[in-house]
Write a protein that binds this ligand. Sequence first.
Ligand code: KDG
Ligand code: MG
Length: 404
Amino acid sequence: MAGRIVDARVIITSPGRNFVTLKLITEDGVSGVGDATLNGRELAVASYLTDHVVPALIGRDSARIEDTWQYLYKGAYWRRGPVTMSAIAAVDTALWDILGKVAGLPVYRLLGGRSREGVTVYGHANAETVGGVLEEVARYRDLGYRAVRVQTSVPGLRTTYGVGKDRMFYEPADAAIASEATWSTERYLAHTPTVFARVREEFGPELKLLHDVHHRLTPIEAGRLGRSLEPYALTWMEDPVPAELQEGFRLIRQHTTTPIAVGEVFNTVWDCQQLISEQLIDYVRATVVHAGGISHLRRIFDLAALYHVRSGSHGATDLSPVCMSAALHLDISIPNFGLQEYMRHTEETDAVFPHDYRFENGYLLPSEAPGLGVDIDEKLAATFPYRPASLPVNRLEDGTLHSW
Ligand code: KDG
Ligand code: MG
């Protein structure tokens, strides 16, 4: 018996960066955790949970995962949106964790078991210069990574989003109030193919290479970038344009065979229904915390499987080890897994969220413990108070507000 939910705690902590975590406890003393972190808007989700969701959870049967999901989604009246869907995700993830513990099985066994031996992950090679990024790619290759995302600064620009100061832990939320950077599409389009020419020359054809455009182009510019990168056979070009206009991807598709990955900001299947069913993308990057939890993300991946679209879940440092643990259970079990992003967390974060997924030979391996195999050390978490931090915005060189 899983039992009724008797306690629900919303824990905010900042071991290097902010995280919001929901912990549910049942009458039988079984606990489950769910990630609720929404980078730069953490307190909105914390309030949504504390003020609106927690009172409705107390007394509910923890085994009714689907029914609780539907109750929170339909019962809010205001469907979708990142705040709502992150809050629902936290509840859903925690309930799967509880179910696994009660069943005595790791969650992936409840999802149908293994479909592969390990979850192929990609790391982030980023540096100011081409020479610097070659060293970073070599570092990841030597660590055993089979796939690497490559980002460099754009010559002539003071800062470039996606190129962090730290090498293994990249943190884009850099100021309490969103900072402003400058962007030049012309400089970027001229520079990026020269970077990949050097990387391919140095590392040969086998290493999977990826690049994140961070939503900064128009469809026709993205078509041009994709075409100019074709000789370097990228695994994907990510977020080439903002994705609110799903039909806009038709134009990109008409101009390039470079595969496209989109979806780290998606929160429901409706955000990618057209992208998937028209086969306008190759990888969908939605993840557990922002897309309604394990239950809803599995629906997105099932739709994607019908249209040759594979998973490529977001896994930056703002997704906590709780989210990563949950993602790995899904990744190992679904038929259409593609790649999983893996940016390592800092030691402080790992200490606050004890977990036993592990990196081996380019793969992450999910926990074999009952449930998700991750927890939160609440005492330690309390020693890291919340600090406001926002993601930056970009302006074009003439001052026009641009996308990221
Ligand atoms: O919170 C936003 C970051 O996670 C995001 O900018 C990182 O684009 C990103 C990525 O692909 O990891
Ligand atoms: Mg991205």
